[in-house]
Write a protein of this length. Sequence first.
Length: 366
Amino acid sequence: MTIRGRLYFLSFVVLFVISLMGAITYYKGDSILTGLVNDAGMEVVGSAAQNIDGKLDRIEGVLMTAAEAIRDSMTRKGAVGEEEVEKIVMTLTSIMKGDDILFLYMGHEPTGKFSDGFGRKKPEDYDSRARSWYKDAVKNNGRVILTDPYADSITGNIVTTMAVAIKDDKGSLLGVVGLDMNLDGITEYVNSLGIFGKGNGILLLGDGTVMAGHRKEDILKANLTKDEKFPDALRNVGKKMIAGGAGNELYSYMGEEKQMFYSATRRGLSLGILFPVDELRALIRGLTFVLLAIAAVALVVVAVVVTVITRGLNRSIRSMEAATKRLGAGELTVRFDDSGKDEIAAISRELNGMAASLQEVMIAIR
């Protein structure tokens, strides 16, 4: 094989290796990036579920502090009555009210009266003891309950209630202390969730009703496990979500392939993150395109280098060939081009030495 042929063969090998790398990136990159997304997705949704639990835990701590303060005021020496309790509830509301906590209140067991943190009055026939939040708290026997979200009868805001029953030192029921919590903070947090900046979050109640998500029209109206507007595959995913635990499922929705990463909270809520699988494929295509672009640039560089080297070798070889023919014809004064520092120049210098020696011998003979 000629030197030129070897150089062209080297160019072909370089092109083949780079092309093979591109093919491996395309076919193996899918599984590698899928594994990376799966790991990241489960970590993100698990951490987010813990963050929601942590937020609710902090609000529960506020409720328990307020409930203990009210219980202490009602049971200590010189115990206060319902009117005084309302003033305490109003004071605590002014202290605790913030972005998440709307107001504090209490339902009294003896009369059913409602002590409002804003001092608002309920209708005369309003009986706290008949309300579901009151009954559930009493049944839970001193443990905090979290109700499903609802529209507050006074403010009209979509809120959820935390409530706990309080008793005196003898175990007699004094009433139930509750607070209404604004869901805007949790909703915004859920909407901000994503994986590598892609996708969106969704939070389900225990029965599959959408509590938070990017589609406002679905909140507290759509049920992910039952509504027929959702495809069967997504409804099945919803059923797995509310069953508890954590995992991820692939499904198709509105012509797009998506992946749901989900994890349960300690309070019976199910958090999910919808990740568009097409984004993953677009990322793989992007990486493959970059690699192919690098291959093209590398091929051009190799082609230019090979061309330059080949032309230089051709000139040197043609010069040596012409000088060799003249030397063979008896022209002992001919000299090879020995300029340069490469191997051909070194050979030319040796040949020039040989030609000079021959010339000296012939002169001596004559």
